[in-house]
Design a protein around this ligand. Structure first.
Ligand code: NI
Length: 204
């Protein structure tokens, strides 16, 4: 009798102790988010940075070429059957909606398929979109370097029986960079031209 009472008291005390711990340190029970770790920032986001690429006219360019303008950057490839042309059209329409303010923006398409997207191929492709669009290509190493800086995912997808043809898997994100080439904001796939225009206008 006495020992069972003792056990009961121990169990009750244990429950209280556990409850107290739960209220004091809920994150250690996996039920509440742990406090965010302190991250030191230099004031610059870790997206973007210097690059060296070739434009659709065959001219060597860098991020400095576009200094003083906002850059609206999208990564894709000209053989893309759907997503890329859709997004480039959304960007083009957003620039139209911005009217004269669009002069402050340099829209840039960077290929993730440099093997097929030569400067000449880009020159032809970019003519489908806003007049101010620049298409950039480079060596596979240069493309890999710039995609790493923008944290863009891409990979070749080859289906059996498709011969030499292939598709590219790639992330579809529109990046807004400021006049100093610093990351401002990104826009996800599916944004409407009017929302994109409004989203850009806030920072002009
Ligand atoms: Ni695409």
């Amino acid at each position: 009798m006495r020992s069972s009472l003792l056990i009961t008291l121990c169990v009750v005390a244990g429950l209280f102790a556990g409850g107290a711990l739960f209220f004091l340190f809920p994150q250690s029970f996996g039920l509440a988010p742990a406090p965010a770790p302190q991250i030191k920032t230099s004031g610059k986001a870790l997206i973007g940075g210097p690059f060296s690429l070739v434009d659709q006219n065959g001219k060597r360019v860098s991020e400095k070429t576009y200094a003083g303008k906002f850059m609206l950057v999208y990564f894709g490839y000209t053989f893309c059957p759907d997503v890329c042309p859709t997004e480039l059209q959304v960007m083009s329409t957003a620039l139209d909606l911005l009217g004269s303010q669009a002069k402050r923006i340099q829209p840039i398409f960077i290929t993730i398929d440099p093997a097929r997207d030569t400067a000449a191929v880009l020159a032809d492709y970019m003519s489908n979109f806003h007049d101010s669009f620049i298409g950039l290509t480079g060596t596979p190493q240069e493309i890999r370097a710039v995609t790493k800086k923008y944290r863009v995912y891409y990979a070749k997808v080859k289906e059996k029986g498709s011969g030499e043809d292939y598709l590219m898997d790639h992330s579809s994100i529109i990046y807004l960079m400021n006049e100093r080439g610093e990351f401002v904001k990104h826009f996800s796939f599916g944004i409407s031209p009017s929302d994109l225009a409004a989203g850009i206008r806030k920072f002009l």
